[in-house]
Every structure is written in C-alpha cells, then in structure tokens.
Design a binder for this molecule. Structure first.
Ligand code: BES
Ligand code: ZN
Length: 630
C-alpha cells in the first residue's frame, strides 16, 4: 500500500498518535491498519489489536433455487508480532473448510452461538497471512431472496443489508466499524440476472462454462464490513450525469432516472461544501419495495427504497442523505455502534446543507422542522430516557434495537448549535478539515470532543462549557440551548389548518403551492378528534387515501387509525403488505395495536404481510405484536 506497510508494526502506533492520516492533508492516502487506534467494540469478537483483516476477496455463487450464497472468502491479514490466531465474526455460516494461502488446512474453532453476536470463528495461523474460508449461507438475516411475484420484473431478486451487525451472516469477517478492508469479488448469478455491488464494476458479466454469468468488482478504498453490499436481479441502468446513474428493474428505471435527475448536481454541491468525493461513481440502486430502509449508503452504489419515487422529485433529500454519508460515515466512521450519531447526525446536517444549496433556505427549513417534530416524538416516546443520549449504551443489545431519530436529529441539532456559535464559515472549514484529517478512520465521541477542543475551540476554552457539549453527548433529553427550527412556509400551513379547525369548508382552504412537505406538516398537526365527516371531506378534496406519495400516505394512515376512519383501511392494508420500509411499518403497527379494535386487524394484516418483509423489519414488528399480545 505504501512505505508505512513495511514499518515495524509498533512504530505504526506512534504514527497514529503523531500524525493522523498523513498530517491531515486533504485527499491523502488511507492510513495503514496498524496506524489506527481502536476502541473496544462490544458487538464484535474480533481482536484487531492482534490481527486485522485488510482485504477480503469473495468468490460466491448466488443460488436462487437453494436460496444460498456459496463459495469462498479469502482474507488478507495484518498481524501484530507474536499473534498466532485471527478472530472473526460469523452467524449461521456453514463452514466447509479453512485453509491458508497455500491450501494447507488450518485449525479453527467456532464458539457457541450468542443470540446477539453470533459465533466467533478463531483460526490458528501458520506462517501465511492469508486465510481462505469455504462456506455457505442460507437464511442469513442480511439477505432477502425475493420470489418473482415480489418484484416488478417478475424475476427473482436478492439483496443484502449489512448495517449494523448483519454482514457476519453472509461473510466471515471482523464485523466491527473500527476495522476497514478493501475488497474484491467475483459473483456468479443465473443468466438473465445482473449482480451489482458497493464497489467499482470491473466488467458487465462474463458467461461461465456452466451457463451462468460471472461479475467482477473491486473497492480499493478500505471500508468497514457493514458497507459491503450485493444485489442480484433483473437490473437496467440509466446514466444521470458523468459520475451518476441509476440501476433498477426495467419497469422502474425510466421513472427513477427522471426522479433522481438532480443527483449529479448534488455530488457537485457536496464536493463544494466539504471536499472531493473519493469513491469514483455515485450510482443509486432502486430496490424492490421490501427494502427495510429508506436508503443505505453502500459505497459507489446507494441502495434506496422505491417509496421515494413520488413522481414529483419531492423525496430526494434521501439521496442527499446517502450521498453525504460518503463523507460522514464512509470516510469518517463511527468506531462502535454507541456513536451512530457521528455517522447519522453529521449526515443529516450535511444532507440539509446540500438541500439548501439545491432548493433554497425555505425548503431546508421545512426539512428541519419536520426533523424536530420526529425528534420530539421520540423524546416523548422514550420519556427522555437513556436512549435519548447521543453516545448510547448498547451493551447486551443488538444496536438495531436502540435505533431511533435521536442520533439523527439530536446529532444534527448539536452541529447546528456549534455552527451558530462559531459562524457558518468557520464551521464549514472545520468540517472539511475533519473529513480530510480523519478520512478512512474510526471516530468516537471522545475523539471528536478532543478534536473540537484542539481545533475549533483551541482559542476559546469556555466554549465546551458554554455550549454544554458534554451534556449534549452524554446526557438524555435536549439541552436548553437547542435551537428550535422555524419555517415561514409552515406558518402558512398552520394558518390554513386553524381555519379548517374552526369549521371552514375544505374547498375554501388555500393550498396553492403546497408541496409534499407542506402536506406532511398539515397532517401531523391535524388535531386528534377530527370528525369522520371532516376527514372524508379532506379525503374527497385532496384524494389522500389514494395518494401515491408514500410519506403523505403514511401520515394520512396514522390519522385514519387514530380516528378509526375505516374508508382508508383497505389502503392501509395495501400499504403494509406491498412495502416493507420499517420507518413506515413500525408506527402503523404500533398505532394499531394500541387500540382495542386494532390488535386483531394488525395480526390479520401481519400474517399476510410478514412473508414479504426483510428480517430487519419482521424482527421489529414481531416485537411490537408480541409485546401487545396481538
Ligand atoms: N445508514 C442508514 C440506515 C441504517 C442505520 C441502517 C442504522 C441500519 C442501522 C441510512 O443512511 C439512513 O439513515 N436511512 C434513512 C433515510 C434518511 C433520509 C434519514 C432511512 O432508511 O429512513
Ligand atoms: Zn443515514
């Protein structure tokens, strides 16, 4: 990689202390693995201080008949002096053989399965710094194998979701965000299907002797394991700009390319804000509707739900969000899942800066206010409890069980608080430098606090206290210096809502120029107890039950459940069955089981819907129904 690769291992540690990433020169090389100081990650069995994976070479076959991935992972290791074994994370892998680089069998042992962590795989090493693991994975939680009837194309589909600790269910690896590796892959798939990965594409598929197609990929930038991603399906591609394009099933790709037309501009705006985009291409993959997240920032190829395809480009903040992760998250990475806010909070801040640059201040203000509302509702739901701190305690739990808006929106508010204090210009310089200096390195709350003290606040020792930074990061709830965002556009919406509440005819409401975000605000503020007749009036005039805009439909369905507006229940069932985005499913099932009449309905719908959900969503909804006794 560089001369540092030949420096003695212990000298590398000195470099980490003295000169993080080549003295913070923007665009400098990734640091050598041994230069990186590690936090202990309770969600991994890896012992990176002894031995780290630096490269993964995959050779896997996607067997759609057996619903299995099968093949080999060849891991390149960086060993500390005296270390004699490597510790990997696995979950549910069937391991057929473990060999060294010369093909000699290696002694290895799998620990008993832990419900959260899976099983440690310890491999005893000989002289070789390569291990080759032959394995198969079936029923992996990261994977969803879709039947032809679950896709637009009528062809089968496979996709992975690695974050937070699911990559170990399909690749034996050091499944901690503190360990980074480059990777390459050869994926074979049935003829007629195309494989894509979070990496550069090396070819467009080559036929194999047995009539399958082999695709090759390589990502030379080192990334944490949760960013290794694969999808296989009937995929077409449409270019957007020089570095950007969209993959989707042929039935969807044209509309998707139209919807995401601003993607290239977003990349340019992002670079202008915080420095060069360091991943080559930025393509978007539109997945089938069961994708459990809105988006996932897989490098070179963001994965996105089709529910952002509103037909009017109004939901593309999600693309800005995943793009922003190319800096916050994919370059500078939370060292453990306790500091997810360092990925997500920074990304929400960056996302809104991109949206502001693209569509203006009033637009970004609306996003801010909606985010504030999301945060308030979680702070209330968690009663300002321990999961409302930024640096959270996830011991004994799957990090996914602590997932909420808090790391996103409270994290963003902290950055806004700092920005207001030092001024935007200084803050922007600070952020650009932060991304350059810590590129390809793990970041912890402690390291970030230290960095702030040594840079932005070096000449202002009182700032940490004044801004209550420790309280922001380590205490629950929202500090009193949080700045509540305001939106003039929403003031207009509120005025119309008040008229509606005081009985004005729906036809008389002035909704001219209302965009998706105006509607979301209106619906969220519609008071509980609105009569069925008034709801029907709204519905007739604005076709809310029939809307194809997933975000508006979601807010409307929440009202329908709250008021028991049964006219919308077929649409509710349809929505719960036909898409699997957890952000939409979770509140709707929660709302249903909270009512006496809704438990049975929730159960009936869920029995139909569950087979179509990804494990990430199914696990969450299982929990909701079990807790409610539904
Ligand atoms: N990286 C997240 C998704 C994630 C977080 C997966 C934690 C697993 C664990 C992604 O960038 C994200 O935040 N997606 C959001 C969309 C965004 C616009 C807030 C989502 O999926 O809704
Ligand atoms: Zn995110």
């Amino acid at each position: 990689m560089s001369s540092s690769a030949r420096r003695p291992w212990f000298l590398g540690l000195w470099v980490a202390v003295l000169a993080p990433n080549g003295c913070g020169i923007p665009g400098s090389r990734p640091p050598a693995p041994s230069e990186i100081t590690m936090e202990r990650d309770i969600h991994s069995y890896a012992r990176p201080d002894e031995c780290r994976v630096t490269h993964i070479a995959l050779d896997l076959d996607a067997d759609f008949v057996g619903k299995a991935l099968r093949g080999k992972a060849r891991l390149t290791l960086d060993r500390a002096p005296g270390a004699s074994s490597v510790w990997l994370d696995t979950e549910g892998l069937q391991i057929a053989a473990v060999r060294d680089g010369d093909g000699a069998a290696l002694v290895h042992a799998l620990s008993p399965r832990d419900a959260v962590l899976g099983s440690a795989l310890r491999i005893d090493l000989g002289a070789s710094n390569t291990v080759v693991i032959e394995y198969e994975t079936k029923d992996a939680a990261a994977l969803q194998w879709l039947e032809p009837r679950q896709t637009q194309s009528g062809k089968p589909f496979l996709f992975t979701q690695g974050q937070a600790i699911l990559t170990r269910t399909w690749i034996p690896c050091q499944d901690t965000p503190g360990v980074r590796q480059s990777y390459d892959a050869r994926i074979t798939a049935p003829a007629g299907l195309r494989a894509v990965m979070s990496a550069a594409r090396l070819d467009d598929g080559v036929a194999t002797a047995d009539g399958r197609i082999a695709y090759r990929f390589a990502l030379e930038q080192p990334v944490p394991s949760y960013l290794i991603a694969l999808a296989v399906g009937d995929l077409a591609f449409r270019p957007i700009g020089a570095r950007t394009g969209v993959f989707a099933e042929p039935q969807v790709v044209e509309g998707a390319a139209w919807e995401l037309a601003d993607t290239e501009t977003m990349v340019e705006l992002a670079e202008r804000l915080y420095g060069p985009y360091r991943w080559g291409r930025f393509d978007v993959l539109i997945l089938p509707p069961s994708f459990p997240f809105g988006g996932m920032e897989n490098p070179c190829l963001t994965f996105a739900t089709p529910t952002i395809l509103a037909g009017d480009r109004s939901l593309v903040a999600l693309i800005a969000h995943e793009l922003a992760h190319s800096w916050s998250g994919n370059l500078v990475t939370n060292s453990t899942w306790s500091d997810l806010w360092l990925n997500e909070g920074f990304t929400v801040y960056f996302e809104r800066r991109i949206m502001e640059a693209l569509y203006g201040v009033p637009y970004a203000e609306m996003l801010h206010v909606l985010g504030w509302q999301d945060l308030q509702s979680d702070l209330t739901a968690f009663a300002n409890g321990p999961d409302t701190t930024l640096h959270i305690d996830v011991s004994g739990r799957n990090p996914d069980d602590a997932f909420s808006n808090v790391p996103y929106e409270k994290g963003e508010l902290l950055l806004v608080t700092i920005e207001r204090d030092v001024g935007r210009e200084r803050f922007d310089t600070f952020l650009a430098d932060y991304f350059a200096r810590y590129a390809f390195q793990p970041m912890s709350a402690e390291r970030f606090e230290r960095h702030l003290r040594d840079t932005l606040f070096a000449a202002d020792a009182g700032a940490i206290e004044r801004l209550k930074l420790r309280q922001w990061i380590h205490s629950p709830g929202l500090p009193d210096n949080a700045i509540e965002p305001k939106s003039a556009e929403f003031a207009r919406v509120d005025a119309e809502r008040v008229r509606f509440e005081s009985g004005a005819a729906v036809a008389s409401l002035d909704v001219s120029g209302f965009t998706t975000h105006h509607w979301l605000h209106l619906l969220r503020k519609l008071p509980a107890g609105t009569s069925l007749a008034r709801l029907a009036e709204l519905d007739q005039r604005f076709a809310l039950t029939a809307t194809g805009n997933s975000e508006i439909r979601f807010e409307w369905l929440r009202i329908a459940i709250r008021e028991r507006y049964e006219a919308a229940f077929p649409a509710l069932e349809d929505f719960l069955v036909k898409q699997g985005r957890r952000k939409f499913l979770k509140p709707l099932y929660e709302d249903l089981v909270r009512t006496d009449w809704g438990k049975a309905l929730a159960r009936r719908i869920y029995d139909r819907a569950r087979p179509g959900y990804h494990t990430v969503s199914a696990n969450t909804i299982d929990g909701i129904l079990a807790k409610a006794g539904a």
